[in-house]
Design a protein around this ligand. Structure first.
Ligand SMILES: [Zn+2]
Length: 803
């Protein structure tokens, strides 16, 4: 009967709105993959699927015989959806503007801020409403060397939060330009495109003059979900709607670097891919996506209550699940999404931001949600300024070059490369920190590859001059490149192509210039580092190669020896890399490594293994033709004992760390290990000082699923000191310290884990107690602050015989 009522409700909504929003229990994987293409799936929550359908999609869904329930809350909400029917009524940002008011406000921006913005009509909806986009930048009529960022909202017509927040973003950027430094920076250094309403027909459904959002629907007026209608990555194809076609055309005309598409119904950022789960085909820039999404989410955490931007909670398929940031297809697949289209076919880093759990947000909350997101929006946009950027020009003519492919060797895939944009020739590649080889290529030009170190949240610049095919490429070598004052260098031309003439410039050299092919005997009189430039004329074009600081000239004095190690305190078995820091051009090195293997070396920068715990000296004598000296670093290298991990057997030591079998990770299921630790110092007693402890309890110590038992002696027949679990290390021995009192000086430990649930285990410092050591005084009390009454003191001293 309930199903009959549900069906009646659904058919009524389909006939009045053309769309029904409903839930059903998740079906098997194959069925879900089919339904995912036939319905417009919106969310998965705890085994329940949320979906939209038009009449045809719904009739098809009914043939599966799956029980469904309309989302009654969505239809029965009594929240306020107050409309602004004049621009003045938008002053408090607590109303939805009618379409007429929206258009008027967008035009007002252009009228009130000439030179800062331009209004583009991207296209028209099925019902003929214009789809408009405001472009904001200083010098708006001039193409500049600036990244373009594109905001688009409410392509799902009932997800209206972005409609107002993006309109407000435009207003905020324009009205705070020149006063707010962050806004000024963005407007001066970027071109910002804002399209608040991508689906006017859906938002103003059943409102012919576009004055009410109360009957808004997800789809456009043809019943098509616009976020499932873009050209796909998997070969599925659809009839493109006009709202889609104009988005595609606009993105093709522009050179967007980053974009954000805003939605509602949940609160999160989701990054590509929608078509592939992260384990099926991870995005080339997955770590960059995580970074920039958390730039946003971390700021929201400061500006909003902790219940905001919590994300999906449970994921349907994939492993990626963190609060507020989601890899889309791990949550659910969306075939034909705008995000995948823009990333894959347009080389744009587009993210999807879901701004409110409530799809058509009550107007009284619009101010609140702006406050939650405002700062995060600005920080997120700034990311388009970071990574590698520059301008590409023709090396012969200086003409800026567009369409130059900027590809990262061994990194880019699925069209993650970017292209330079005419007429400025600028390119922008946001990328996660690292060292990358960037290749610049364009038909008719010789490709170039440059190695660049990228830092997060920093702009790194590399301008490129591409040399046309058929033109020679200048290059050269000098021998030697490190000399003493008064010595000479011979240069050899290594240029390619047919060369008409050469012009060499030798900074600090004599002669200071040359026109011969291979200038020999260039002398350098003064210590320093010097550039060398070779300019060639080839194919009527002048191109040059500059090698900065190419020649190093040292004073004619003896070496001053010095060195450093990449690490000086290491566990046994570690290789240490030594770097010669000697000055005045050493050409001979004699190293001595006490305790190292090998014990000596004549390499400039040797790598040495240290296998035995101890503290060791390192000695370097470096010389040149004028002499040298010896640098000794006493006790420079400290080699510590490696960690003792839980296992069966015995160990003999008085130092280092004792850990569970997982070391810094967790122990595993079904362990049963017994280990006896003997003192390495005769006559002393092994002591364990626990510093971390986490073993699976049942209902807390002493009721344990997994447990560590300690015996005072050489085996498990000795006196049991205790058996422990849970997280309170103070229950072990005396405040986490256990010392053997057995004549052998040994402690025996037995660890048992059951077949389910593992934890981090433990860390204990190993030391040895000698009876001749003085006692260690310590105490505690049950209260530390009182007006009247009794304070109970407890002695915690070790090995004390007198108090
Ligand atoms: Zn949406």
């Amino acid at each position: 009967m309930a199903q009959d009522a549900n069906l009646d409700f659904a058919q009524e909504k389909l006939s009045t709105r053309g769309e029904i929003y409903f839930t059903f229990p998740e079906a098997d994987y194959e069925t879900m993959m089919t339904l995912n293409r036939q319905l417009s799936i919106d969310d998965f929550k705890d085994g329940i699927v949320y979906a939209y359908a038009n009449q045809q999609q719904f009739d098809n869904f009914l043939t599966y015989g799956i029980e469904f329930t309309p989302v009654y809350d969505y239809y029965n909400s009594t929240k306020a959806l107050t409309m602004a029917t004049t621009v003045a009524e938008m002053a408090g940002w607590d109303r939805y503007p009618t379409h007429a008011v929206y258009e008027e406000m967008m035009q007002d921006f252009v009228d009130n801020y000439p030179g800062l913005c331009r209004l583009d009509t991207i296209g028209f909806s099925v019902n003929g409403w214009p789809i408009i986009c405001l472009a904001i930048s200083d010098n708006i009529d001039t193409d500049e060397d600036e990244p373009e960022f594109w905001w688009s909202g409410t392509m799902h017509g009932d997800e209206t939060t972005g409609y107002v927040l993006l309109l407000r973003l435009a207003d905020y950027l324009l009205s705070n330009y020149g006063t707010d430094p962050q806004v000024t920076n963005l407007v001066q250094n970027m071109e910002i495109y804002i399209n608040p309403l991508a689906n006017p027909d859906g938002t103003f459904n059943n409102s012919p003059s576009a004055t009410s959002v109360s009957q808004s629907i997800r789809a456009n007026t043809n019943g098509i979900d616009l976020n499932r209608n873009f050209p796909t990555l998997n070969g599925d194809s659809y009839t493109l709607q006009p709202e889609i076609q104009c988005m595609m055309d606009y993105s093709d005309e522009r050179d967007f670097v980053m974009s954000a598409n805003t939605h509602g119904g949940i609160e999160l950022l989701n990054f590509p891919w929608d078509t592939w789960q992260s384990w099926e085909n991870i995005n080339a820039d997955h770590n960059w996506w995580e970074h920039v999404c958390f730039v946003y989410a971390d700021q929201v955490e400061i500006d909003a209550p902790s219940t905001y931007l919590e994300g999906p909670g449970t994921m349907n398929y994939g492993p990626y699940n963190t609060t507020g940031v989601t890899h889309c297809a791990d949550w659910y697949y969306a075939i034909g999404s705008r995000q995948d289209y823009m990333n894959y076919y347009r080389y744009i880093q587009e993210v999807t931001i879901e701004w409110s759990d409530t799809k058509t947000l009550g107007t009284e909350l619009l101010n609140t949600y702006w406050g939650y997101n405002k700062e995060a929006i600005f920080l997120y946009m700034e990311q388009a300024l970071y990574g590698l950027r520059g301008v590409v020009t023709d090396a012969c003519t200086g003409t800026p070059l567009g369409d130059v492919k900027v590809e990262i060797v061994g990194h880019d895939k699925d069209n993650s490369e970017v292209y330079s944009a005419a007429p400025v020739g600028n390119y922008h590649r946001p990328i996660y920190a690292g060292t990358y080889d960037f290749t610049f290529s364009l038909s008719g030009y010789q490709s170039q590859t440059h190695t660049v170190i990228i830092t997060n949240d920093v702009s790194t610049r590399l301008d490129i001059q591409l040399i046309p095919d058929g033109t020679g490429t200048p290059d050269f070598a000098g021998t030697p490149t490190s000399i003493f004052e008064g010595e000479t260098v011979d240069f050899t031309d290594a240029s390619s192509g047919t060369i008409t003439s050469r012009s060499w410039t030798f900074e600090g050299g004599s002669p200071a210039s040359s026109a011969v092919t291979n200038p020999a005997g260039i002398s350098y009189a003064t210590a320093g580092t010097y550039d060398v430039t070779l300019e060639i004329v080839s194919n009527g074009c002048t191109v040059s190669e500059l090698k900065e600081d190419y020649i190093t000239v040292a004073a004619a004095v003896p070496v001053v020896s010095d060195f450093e190690a990449d690490q000086t305190t290491v566990p046994q078995g570690t290789t240490i890399n030594f770097t010669d820091l000697s000055t005045n051009n050493p050409d001979d090195w004699t190293w001595t490594f006490d305790g190292g293997t090998p014990g000596t070396s004549s390499d400039q920068n040797p790598s040495i293994v240290y296998n035995t715990p101890g503290t060791y000296d390192v000695v370097l004598t470096a010389t040149n033709a004028y002499g040298g000296n010896t640098e000794t670093k006493v006790g420079y290298i400290t080699v510590t004992e490696s960690d003792l991990l839980m296992s069966d057997g015995t160990a003999t030591r008085c130092s280092g760390l004792f850990k569970d079998s997982g070391g810094d990770g967790q122990y595993v299921d079904n362990e049963n290990y017994t280990l006896t630790i003997y003192p390495s110092t005769a006559g002393s007693f092994v002591r364990l000082t626990f510093t971390e402890f986490d073993i699976e309890e049942n209902s807390g110590y002493p009721d344990c699923y997994d447990y560590l038992t300690i015996y005072d002696g050489e085996n498990t027949s000795a006196t049991e000191i205790g058996s422990y679990c849970d997280v309170d290390l103070n229950v072990i021995g005396t405040n986490g310290v256990v010392t053997s009192t057995d004549p052998s000086g040994a402690l025996t430990l037995n660890f048992v884990s059951d077949g389910g649930v593992t934890r981090d285990g433990w860390v204990a410092e190993i030391s040895c107690y000698s009876p001749t050591d003085p006692p260690i005084a310590d105490f505690t009390s049950d209260v530390t602050s009182t007006c009247t009454g009794i304070v109970q003191f407890e002695d915690l001293s070790y090995a004390a015989t007198e108090w």
